[in-house]
Design a protein around this ligand. Structure first.
Ligand code: DUC
Ligand code: ZN
Ligand code: ZN
Length: 486
Protein backbone atom coordinates (compact mmCIF):
# COMPACT_ATOMS: atom_id res chain seq x y z
CA UNK A 1 0.00 0.00 0.00
CA UNK A 2 1.53 3.33 -1.07
CA UNK A 3 1.00 6.28 1.20
CA UNK A 4 1.90 9.92 0.87
CA UNK A 5 2.37 10.60 4.57
CA UNK A 6 2.62 8.56 7.74
CA UNK A 7 2.20 9.98 11.22
CA UNK A 8 4.41 7.72 13.31
CA UNK A 9 4.66 6.72 16.95
CA UNK A 10 1.81 8.85 18.25
CA UNK A 11 -1.07 8.03 20.57
CA UNK A 12 -4.25 8.16 18.54
CA UNK A 13 -7.50 9.12 20.26
CA UNK A 14 -11.00 9.11 18.85
CA UNK A 15 -14.31 9.77 20.58
CA UNK A 16 -14.28 6.18 21.79
CA UNK A 17 -10.72 4.79 21.87
CA UNK A 18 -7.14 5.68 22.70
CA UNK A 19 -4.40 3.52 21.18
CA UNK A 20 -0.84 3.52 19.87
CA UNK A 21 -0.76 3.41 16.07
CA UNK A 22 0.73 4.92 12.96
CA UNK A 23 -1.70 6.70 10.66
CA UNK A 24 -1.21 6.51 6.89
CA UNK A 25 -2.56 9.08 4.47
CA UNK A 26 -3.01 8.89 0.71
CA UNK A 27 -4.92 11.22 -1.59
CA UNK A 28 -5.95 13.40 1.35
CA UNK A 29 -7.67 10.58 3.20
CA UNK A 30 -6.74 8.18 5.97
CA UNK A 31 -5.91 4.88 4.31
CA UNK A 32 -4.17 2.91 7.06
CA UNK A 33 -4.07 2.67 10.83
CA UNK A 34 -1.51 0.10 11.84
CA UNK A 35 1.46 -0.78 14.02
CA UNK A 36 4.30 0.15 11.76
CA UNK A 37 3.82 2.08 8.54
CA UNK A 38 6.23 3.93 6.32
CA UNK A 39 6.00 6.50 3.54
CA UNK A 40 8.16 9.04 1.76
CA UNK A 41 7.07 11.71 4.23
CA UNK A 42 6.96 10.77 7.88
CA UNK A 43 5.83 12.95 10.76
CA UNK A 44 7.24 11.85 14.08
CA UNK A 45 4.54 12.07 16.75
CA UNK A 46 6.50 10.44 19.57
CA UNK A 47 5.08 11.68 22.87
CA UNK A 48 2.25 13.42 21.04
CA UNK A 49 -1.49 12.89 20.67
CA UNK A 50 -2.89 12.30 17.21
CA UNK A 51 -6.47 13.59 17.24
CA UNK A 52 -9.18 14.36 14.71
CA UNK A 53 -8.86 17.99 13.66
CA UNK A 54 -11.22 20.14 15.65
CA UNK A 55 -14.48 21.31 14.14
CA UNK A 56 -15.40 24.78 15.32
CA UNK A 57 -19.16 24.77 14.97
CA UNK A 58 -20.05 28.24 16.29
CA UNK A 59 -18.16 31.33 15.18
CA UNK A 60 -18.98 34.63 13.53
CA UNK A 61 -16.75 35.38 10.57
CA UNK A 62 -17.14 38.20 8.04
CA UNK A 63 -20.60 38.70 9.48
CA UNK A 64 -22.38 41.98 9.88
CA UNK A 65 -24.81 42.39 12.73
CA UNK A 66 -28.37 43.54 12.15
CA UNK A 67 -27.24 47.04 13.11
CA UNK A 68 -24.37 46.99 10.63
CA UNK A 69 -21.25 46.27 12.71
CA UNK A 70 -18.78 43.94 10.98
CA UNK A 71 -16.76 41.26 12.76
CA UNK A 72 -13.02 41.87 12.87
CA UNK A 73 -12.22 38.48 11.37
CA UNK A 74 -12.81 37.43 7.80
CA UNK A 75 -12.45 33.96 6.34
CA UNK A 76 -8.70 34.41 5.98
CA UNK A 77 -7.86 35.55 9.50
CA UNK A 78 -10.63 33.51 11.08
CA UNK A 79 -9.58 30.26 9.43
CA UNK A 80 -5.92 30.86 10.25
CA UNK A 81 -6.80 31.48 13.88
CA UNK A 82 -8.96 28.35 13.91
CA UNK A 83 -6.15 26.28 12.44
CA UNK A 84 -3.66 27.49 15.05
CA UNK A 85 -6.20 26.31 17.60
CA UNK A 86 -6.19 22.75 16.28
CA UNK A 87 -9.18 23.00 13.95
CA UNK A 88 -9.26 21.66 10.43
CA UNK A 89 -12.83 22.71 9.68
CA UNK A 90 -15.18 25.44 10.85
CA UNK A 91 -18.82 26.36 10.41
CA UNK A 92 -19.46 30.10 10.73
CA UNK A 93 -22.87 31.67 10.15
CA UNK A 94 -24.39 33.05 6.98
CA UNK A 95 -26.71 35.67 8.41
CA UNK A 96 -29.92 36.56 6.64
CA UNK A 97 -31.14 39.99 7.64
CA UNK A 98 -34.67 41.18 7.08
CA UNK A 99 -35.37 41.90 3.46
CA UNK A 100 -32.60 39.58 2.25
CA UNK A 101 -33.32 36.37 0.41
CA UNK A 102 -31.86 33.14 1.74
CA UNK A 103 -30.02 32.26 -1.46
CA UNK A 104 -28.75 35.82 -1.79
CA UNK A 105 -27.38 35.42 1.74
CA UNK A 106 -25.60 32.19 0.87
CA UNK A 107 -24.16 33.71 -2.32
CA UNK A 108 -22.81 36.60 -0.27
CA UNK A 109 -21.05 34.30 2.16
CA UNK A 110 -19.72 32.15 -0.68
CA UNK A 111 -18.09 35.26 -2.08
CA UNK A 112 -16.60 36.04 1.34
CA UNK A 113 -15.25 32.56 1.96
CA UNK A 114 -14.01 31.51 -1.46
CA UNK A 115 -10.32 32.07 -1.99
CA UNK A 116 -9.83 33.02 1.65
CA UNK A 117 -10.09 30.07 4.00
CA UNK A 118 -7.14 27.84 4.89
CA UNK A 119 -9.42 25.11 6.23
CA UNK A 120 -12.66 23.54 5.05
CA UNK A 121 -15.85 25.31 6.01
CA UNK A 122 -19.61 25.29 5.88
CA UNK A 123 -22.26 27.71 7.10
CA UNK A 124 -25.19 27.62 9.43
CA UNK A 125 -27.90 29.78 7.95
CA UNK A 126 -29.34 32.41 10.31
CA UNK A 127 -33.01 32.84 9.47
CA UNK A 128 -34.32 36.27 10.47
CA UNK A 129 -36.97 36.71 7.80
CA UNK A 130 -38.99 33.51 7.34
CA UNK A 131 -41.16 34.65 4.46
CA UNK A 132 -43.41 32.21 2.64
CA UNK A 133 -40.85 32.06 -0.17
CA UNK A 134 -38.03 31.40 2.30
CA UNK A 135 -39.97 28.60 3.97
CA UNK A 136 -41.31 26.85 0.90
CA UNK A 137 -38.58 27.43 -1.67
CA UNK A 138 -35.37 28.81 -0.27
CA UNK A 139 -34.77 26.77 2.88
CA UNK A 140 -35.18 23.53 0.88
CA UNK A 141 -32.75 24.93 -1.70
CA UNK A 142 -30.29 25.88 1.03
CA UNK A 143 -30.56 22.36 2.35
CA UNK A 144 -29.90 20.96 -1.13
CA UNK A 145 -26.81 23.18 -1.30
CA UNK A 146 -25.41 21.45 1.78
CA UNK A 147 -26.43 24.05 4.35
CA UNK A 148 -28.25 21.69 6.68
CA UNK A 149 -28.51 23.72 9.89
CA UNK A 150 -30.61 26.84 10.49
CA UNK A 151 -30.21 29.20 13.44
CA UNK A 152 -32.95 31.39 14.85
CA UNK A 153 -33.04 34.05 17.56
CA UNK A 154 -35.67 34.47 20.26
CA UNK A 155 -34.26 37.89 21.17
CA UNK A 156 -32.83 41.01 19.43
CA UNK A 157 -35.50 43.22 17.87
CA UNK A 158 -34.11 42.95 14.34
CA UNK A 159 -33.48 39.20 14.43
CA UNK A 160 -36.09 37.57 16.62
CA UNK A 161 -38.85 35.37 15.36
CA UNK A 162 -42.09 34.68 17.16
CA UNK A 163 -43.26 31.26 18.34
CA UNK A 164 -45.38 30.64 15.29
CA UNK A 165 -42.50 31.46 12.95
CA UNK A 166 -40.28 29.24 15.07
CA UNK A 167 -42.72 26.36 14.55
CA UNK A 168 -42.68 27.04 10.79
CA UNK A 169 -38.90 26.82 10.66
CA UNK A 170 -38.74 23.75 12.89
CA UNK A 171 -41.30 22.03 10.63
CA UNK A 172 -39.47 22.86 7.41
CA UNK A 173 -36.17 21.82 8.94
CA UNK A 174 -37.68 18.59 10.16
CA UNK A 175 -39.20 17.69 6.80
CA UNK A 176 -35.80 18.05 5.10
CA UNK A 177 -33.71 16.55 7.89
CA UNK A 178 -32.04 19.83 8.88
CA UNK A 179 -31.10 20.76 12.43
CA UNK A 180 -32.47 23.98 13.90
CA UNK A 181 -30.27 25.91 16.33
CA UNK A 182 -31.56 28.57 18.67
CA UNK A 183 -30.30 31.54 20.65
CA UNK A 184 -32.69 31.17 23.57
CA UNK A 185 -33.21 34.20 25.77
CA UNK A 186 -36.50 35.88 26.68
CA UNK A 187 -36.56 39.17 24.86
CA UNK A 188 -39.19 40.80 27.10
CA UNK A 189 -37.32 40.12 30.33
CA UNK A 190 -34.12 41.55 28.86
CA UNK A 191 -35.85 44.66 27.57
CA UNK A 192 -37.73 45.24 30.82
CA UNK A 193 -34.70 45.02 33.09
CA UNK A 194 -32.37 46.84 30.66
CA UNK A 195 -34.71 49.80 30.40
CA UNK A 196 -34.86 50.09 34.18
CA UNK A 197 -31.10 49.80 34.58
CA UNK A 198 -30.37 52.46 31.96
CA UNK A 199 -33.09 54.78 33.29
CA UNK A 200 -31.51 54.64 36.74
CA UNK A 201 -28.02 55.32 35.40
CA UNK A 202 -26.69 51.79 35.70
CA UNK A 203 -25.03 51.71 32.30
CA UNK A 204 -21.56 50.22 32.90
CA UNK A 205 -20.62 46.93 31.22
CA UNK A 206 -21.18 44.99 34.44
CA UNK A 207 -24.92 45.63 34.18
CA UNK A 208 -24.96 43.55 31.03
CA UNK A 209 -24.87 40.49 33.29
CA UNK A 210 -27.76 41.82 35.35
CA UNK A 211 -29.83 42.63 32.27
CA UNK A 212 -29.71 39.05 30.98
CA UNK A 213 -30.82 37.08 34.03
CA UNK A 214 -30.64 33.29 34.23
CA UNK A 215 -34.45 33.26 34.24
CA UNK A 216 -34.47 34.79 30.74
CA UNK A 217 -32.40 31.92 29.43
CA UNK A 218 -34.35 29.26 31.32
CA UNK A 219 -37.72 30.54 30.13
CA UNK A 220 -36.62 30.69 26.52
CA UNK A 221 -34.92 27.29 26.56
CA UNK A 222 -38.03 25.78 28.09
CA UNK A 223 -40.18 27.38 25.40
CA UNK A 224 -37.82 26.40 22.59
CA UNK A 225 -37.75 22.79 23.77
CA UNK A 226 -41.54 22.78 24.12
CA UNK A 227 -41.98 24.04 20.56
CA UNK A 228 -39.45 21.57 19.13
CA UNK A 229 -41.04 18.69 20.99
CA UNK A 230 -44.49 19.82 19.90
CA UNK A 231 -43.55 19.19 16.26
CA UNK A 232 -41.00 16.48 17.14
CA UNK A 233 -38.18 18.36 15.44
CA UNK A 234 -34.50 18.24 16.37
CA UNK A 235 -33.16 21.35 18.07
CA UNK A 236 -29.78 22.44 19.36
CA UNK A 237 -29.63 25.12 22.05
CA UNK A 238 -26.48 27.14 21.44
CA UNK A 239 -24.30 28.78 24.09
CA UNK A 240 -26.11 27.46 27.18
CA UNK A 241 -24.83 29.52 30.09
CA UNK A 242 -26.86 28.48 33.14
CA UNK A 243 -27.44 25.34 35.22
CA UNK A 244 -31.18 25.94 34.78
CA UNK A 245 -30.86 25.87 31.00
CA UNK A 246 -28.54 22.89 31.02
CA UNK A 247 -30.95 21.04 33.31
CA UNK A 248 -33.78 21.55 30.82
CA UNK A 249 -31.63 20.18 28.01
CA UNK A 250 -30.61 17.19 30.13
CA UNK A 251 -34.20 16.41 31.10
CA UNK A 252 -35.45 16.58 27.52
CA UNK A 253 -32.64 14.29 26.35
CA UNK A 254 -33.47 11.85 29.13
CA UNK A 255 -37.02 11.77 27.82
CA UNK A 256 -35.84 10.86 24.32
CA UNK A 257 -36.39 14.25 22.67
CA UNK A 258 -34.02 15.24 19.87
CA UNK A 259 -32.62 18.09 21.94
CA UNK A 260 -28.93 18.97 21.94
CA UNK A 261 -26.88 21.50 23.84
CA UNK A 262 -23.76 23.55 23.33
CA UNK A 263 -21.69 25.50 25.81
CA UNK A 264 -18.63 27.68 25.34
CA UNK A 265 -15.33 28.47 27.10
CA UNK A 266 -16.43 31.85 28.38
CA UNK A 267 -19.07 30.22 30.59
CA UNK A 268 -16.48 27.89 32.13
CA UNK A 269 -13.56 30.29 32.48
CA UNK A 270 -14.95 33.81 33.03
CA UNK A 271 -17.41 35.37 35.47
CA UNK A 272 -19.33 38.60 35.93
CA UNK A 273 -16.36 39.88 37.93
CA UNK A 274 -14.61 40.17 34.57
CA UNK A 275 -17.44 42.42 33.41
CA UNK A 276 -16.76 44.56 36.46
CA UNK A 277 -13.20 45.42 35.48
CA UNK A 278 -12.30 49.14 35.66
CA UNK A 279 -13.58 51.67 33.14
CA UNK A 280 -14.79 50.15 29.91
CA UNK A 281 -12.52 47.08 30.22
CA UNK A 282 -15.56 45.03 31.10
CA UNK A 283 -16.81 45.53 27.53
CA UNK A 284 -14.20 43.01 26.41
CA UNK A 285 -16.10 40.35 28.36
CA UNK A 286 -19.57 41.15 27.07
CA UNK A 287 -21.30 38.38 25.23
CA UNK A 288 -24.88 37.14 25.18
CA UNK A 289 -25.91 35.26 27.15
CA UNK A 290 -23.47 36.77 29.63
CA UNK A 291 -20.77 35.14 31.70
CA UNK A 292 -22.12 34.25 35.16
CA UNK A 293 -20.45 33.07 38.40
CA UNK A 294 -18.28 30.35 39.89
CA UNK A 295 -21.10 27.97 40.97
CA UNK A 296 -22.43 28.21 37.41
CA UNK A 297 -19.03 27.25 36.05
CA UNK A 298 -18.93 24.20 38.28
CA UNK A 299 -22.44 23.15 37.27
CA UNK A 300 -21.62 23.50 33.56
CA UNK A 301 -18.50 21.40 33.96
CA UNK A 302 -20.70 18.70 35.53
CA UNK A 303 -23.05 18.88 32.56
CA UNK A 304 -20.12 18.62 30.15
CA UNK A 305 -18.91 15.56 31.99
CA UNK A 306 -22.37 13.99 32.14
CA UNK A 307 -23.08 14.37 28.44
CA UNK A 308 -25.70 17.13 28.49
CA UNK A 309 -23.67 19.08 25.97
CA UNK A 310 -22.88 17.55 22.62
CA UNK A 311 -20.68 20.34 21.37
CA UNK A 312 -18.25 22.80 22.88
CA UNK A 313 -17.79 25.87 20.70
CA UNK A 314 -15.99 29.17 20.94
CA UNK A 315 -18.82 31.49 19.86
CA UNK A 316 -15.97 33.59 18.47
CA UNK A 317 -17.67 36.94 17.81
CA UNK A 318 -14.76 39.32 17.33
CA UNK A 319 -15.30 43.03 17.95
CA UNK A 320 -12.14 44.98 18.60
CA UNK A 321 -11.76 47.20 21.66
CA UNK A 322 -11.86 50.31 19.50
CA UNK A 323 -14.23 52.40 17.42
CA UNK A 324 -14.57 49.62 14.81
CA UNK A 325 -16.05 47.31 17.44
CA UNK A 326 -16.86 47.54 21.12
CA UNK A 327 -16.44 51.32 21.31
CA UNK A 328 -18.31 52.27 18.14
CA UNK A 329 -20.70 54.40 20.22
CA UNK A 330 -17.83 56.06 22.08
CA UNK A 331 -16.16 55.56 25.44
CA UNK A 332 -19.31 56.51 27.35
CA UNK A 333 -21.59 53.98 25.66
CA UNK A 334 -24.16 52.17 27.77
CA UNK A 335 -24.01 48.38 27.98
CA UNK A 336 -26.95 48.31 25.53
CA UNK A 337 -24.82 50.01 22.88
CA UNK A 338 -21.79 47.73 23.05
CA UNK A 339 -21.44 44.85 20.58
CA UNK A 340 -21.97 41.44 22.10
CA UNK A 341 -19.30 38.84 21.66
CA UNK A 342 -15.71 37.96 22.33
CA UNK A 343 -12.92 36.10 20.51
CA UNK A 344 -11.80 32.56 21.31
CA UNK A 345 -11.44 30.58 18.10
CA UNK A 346 -7.85 29.51 18.76
CA UNK A 347 -8.25 28.92 22.48
CA UNK A 348 -11.42 26.81 22.70
CA UNK A 349 -9.63 23.46 22.41
CA UNK A 350 -6.47 24.30 24.38
CA UNK A 351 -8.59 25.64 27.26
CA UNK A 352 -10.78 22.53 27.23
CA UNK A 353 -7.76 20.27 27.05
CA UNK A 354 -5.85 22.04 29.81
CA UNK A 355 -8.66 22.44 32.31
CA UNK A 356 -10.86 19.56 31.16
CA UNK A 357 -8.55 16.69 30.27
CA UNK A 358 -5.46 17.60 32.29
CA UNK A 359 -7.63 18.87 35.11
CA UNK A 360 -9.36 15.48 35.34
CA UNK A 361 -12.83 16.77 34.53
CA UNK A 362 -13.38 14.94 31.21
CA UNK A 363 -11.63 12.11 29.42
CA UNK A 364 -9.48 12.54 26.34
CA UNK A 365 -12.21 10.76 24.37
CA UNK A 366 -14.84 13.18 25.62
CA UNK A 367 -12.54 15.99 24.55
CA UNK A 368 -12.43 14.58 21.02
CA UNK A 369 -16.20 14.09 20.98
CA UNK A 370 -16.92 17.63 22.23
CA UNK A 371 -14.35 19.28 20.00
CA UNK A 372 -14.84 17.40 16.74
CA UNK A 373 -16.81 14.17 16.45
CA UNK A 374 -20.17 15.27 17.80
CA UNK A 375 -20.17 18.39 15.64
CA UNK A 376 -19.39 16.25 12.60
CA UNK A 377 -22.31 13.98 13.47
CA UNK A 378 -24.83 16.67 14.32
CA UNK A 379 -23.95 18.83 11.37
CA UNK A 380 -23.89 16.08 8.76
CA UNK A 381 -20.15 15.68 8.12
CA UNK A 382 -19.51 12.33 9.73
CA UNK A 383 -17.62 10.08 8.98
CA UNK A 384 -15.95 12.23 6.33
CA UNK A 385 -14.79 14.49 9.13
CA UNK A 386 -14.49 14.40 12.90
CA UNK A 387 -12.79 11.06 13.39
CA UNK A 388 -9.70 9.03 12.63
CA UNK A 389 -10.95 6.13 10.56
CA UNK A 390 -10.16 4.49 7.24
CA UNK A 391 -11.63 6.60 4.45
CA UNK A 392 -12.09 9.77 6.52
CA UNK A 393 -10.54 13.04 5.38
CA UNK A 394 -7.03 13.28 6.81
CA UNK A 395 -8.05 16.17 9.07
CA UNK A 396 -5.69 15.63 11.96
CA UNK A 397 -4.29 17.72 14.79
CA UNK A 398 -1.12 16.55 16.52
CA UNK A 399 -1.02 17.78 20.09
CA UNK A 400 1.82 18.17 22.55
CA UNK A 401 0.04 17.39 25.82
CA UNK A 402 2.90 18.73 27.93
CA UNK A 403 3.61 22.09 26.37
CA UNK A 404 2.69 25.03 28.57
CA UNK A 405 2.12 28.51 27.20
CA UNK A 406 0.82 31.72 28.67
CA UNK A 407 -1.97 33.20 26.59
CA UNK A 408 -1.18 36.65 25.21
CA UNK A 409 -2.87 38.77 22.58
CA UNK A 410 0.42 38.85 20.66
CA UNK A 411 0.31 35.05 20.43
CA UNK A 412 -3.07 35.08 18.67
CA UNK A 413 -3.50 34.98 14.92
CA UNK A 414 -6.90 36.62 14.65
CA UNK A 415 -7.54 40.29 13.86
CA UNK A 416 -8.31 41.15 17.44
CA UNK A 417 -6.60 43.57 19.78
CA UNK A 418 -7.36 41.64 22.95
CA UNK A 419 -8.04 38.16 24.24
CA UNK A 420 -10.33 37.66 27.23
CA UNK A 421 -8.02 34.83 28.32
CA UNK A 422 -4.89 37.04 28.57
CA UNK A 423 -2.33 35.75 31.08
CA UNK A 424 -3.85 32.31 31.54
CA UNK A 425 -1.47 29.34 31.70
CA UNK A 426 -2.58 26.58 29.37
CA UNK A 427 -0.99 23.15 29.06
CA UNK A 428 -1.51 21.08 25.91
CA UNK A 429 -1.35 22.67 22.47
CA UNK A 430 -1.80 21.58 18.87
CA UNK A 431 1.57 21.72 17.10
CA UNK A 432 0.76 20.34 13.65
CA UNK A 433 -2.57 20.53 11.84
CA UNK A 434 -3.41 18.68 8.64
CA UNK A 435 -6.42 19.28 6.47
CA UNK A 436 -7.16 16.62 3.86
CA UNK A 437 -3.55 15.49 4.29
CA UNK A 438 -2.10 18.92 3.59
CA UNK A 439 -0.13 20.55 6.36
CA UNK A 440 -1.72 23.80 7.47
CA UNK A 441 0.18 24.47 10.71
CA UNK A 442 3.62 23.09 11.37
CA UNK A 443 5.75 23.91 14.40
CA UNK A 444 3.92 27.12 15.12
CA UNK A 445 3.98 28.33 11.50
CA UNK A 446 1.23 28.67 8.94
CA UNK A 447 2.31 26.71 5.88
CA UNK A 448 -0.89 26.67 3.80
CA UNK A 449 -2.26 29.19 1.36
CA UNK A 450 -5.55 30.99 1.97
CA UNK A 451 -8.10 29.66 -0.46
CA UNK A 452 -7.16 26.00 -0.15
CA UNK A 453 -10.12 25.38 2.16
CA UNK A 454 -13.21 23.98 0.49
CA UNK A 455 -16.90 24.39 1.16
CA UNK A 456 -18.28 21.20 2.69
CA UNK A 457 -21.75 20.35 1.44
CA UNK A 458 -23.21 18.75 4.52
CA UNK A 459 -25.69 15.88 4.72
CA UNK A 460 -28.63 15.34 7.06
CA UNK A 461 -27.67 14.29 10.56
CA UNK A 462 -28.56 10.87 11.92
CA UNK A 463 -30.91 10.99 14.91
CA UNK A 464 -31.03 7.28 15.56
CA UNK A 465 -31.64 6.61 19.23
CA UNK A 466 -33.88 9.59 19.83
CA UNK A 467 -37.43 8.27 19.74
CA UNK A 468 -38.87 11.78 19.94
CA UNK A 469 -42.39 12.62 20.91
CA UNK A 470 -45.83 12.35 19.35
CA UNK A 471 -48.24 15.22 19.83
CA UNK A 472 -51.81 13.89 19.69
CA UNK A 473 -53.19 17.09 18.18
CA UNK A 474 -50.81 16.66 15.24
CA UNK A 475 -51.57 12.97 14.78
CA UNK A 476 -54.24 12.33 12.10
CA UNK A 477 -55.18 9.14 13.94
CA UNK A 478 -56.20 11.28 16.91
CA UNK A 479 -57.10 14.69 15.45
CA UNK A 480 -59.98 13.62 13.19
CA UNK A 481 -57.68 13.22 10.18
CA UNK A 482 -56.18 16.70 9.89
CA UNK A 483 -52.74 16.75 8.20
CA UNK A 484 -51.06 19.67 9.94
CA UNK A 485 -47.35 19.04 10.22
CA UNK A 486 -44.67 16.78 8.73
N1 DUC B 1 -25.20 35.26 19.91
C1 DUC B 1 -24.23 34.55 19.42
O1 DUC B 1 -24.42 33.40 19.11
N2 DUC B 1 -23.03 35.09 19.28
C2 DUC B 1 -22.73 36.42 19.57
C3 DUC B 1 -23.81 37.21 20.15
C4 DUC B 1 -25.08 36.51 20.27
O2 DUC B 1 -26.05 37.06 20.71
ZN1 ZN C 1 -26.53 33.66 19.99
ZN1 ZN D 1 -22.63 33.20 18.34
Amino acid sequence: MTMDIVIKNGTVATASDTFRADVGIAGGRITAIADDLSAAREIDATGKLVLPGGIEAHCHIAQESATGGMTADDYRSGSISAAFGGNSCFIPFAAQHRGMGVLETLDLYDSRAQGASVIDYGYHLIVADPTEKALTEELPQAFARGVTSFKVFMTYDLMKIDDSQFLDILSVAKSHGALTMVHAENSGIIKWISDRLVASGHTAPRYHAISHPAAAEAEAINRAITLARFVDAPLLIVHVSTPEGAGLVAQARLEGAKIFGETCPQYLFLTKDDLDRPGMEGAKFMCSPPVRDTPTQEALWRHLQAGTFSVFSSDHAPYRFDASGKLSKGPEATFKQIANGMPGLALRLPLLFSEGVRGGRITLNQFVALGATNAAKLYGMHPQKGTIAIGADADIAIWDPEETRTVTVEGQHDNMDYTPFEGRQVTGWPVTVLSRGETVIDGGELVAEPGRGRFVARARPDFTGYPGTRTPELDPAWNFGAEIAP
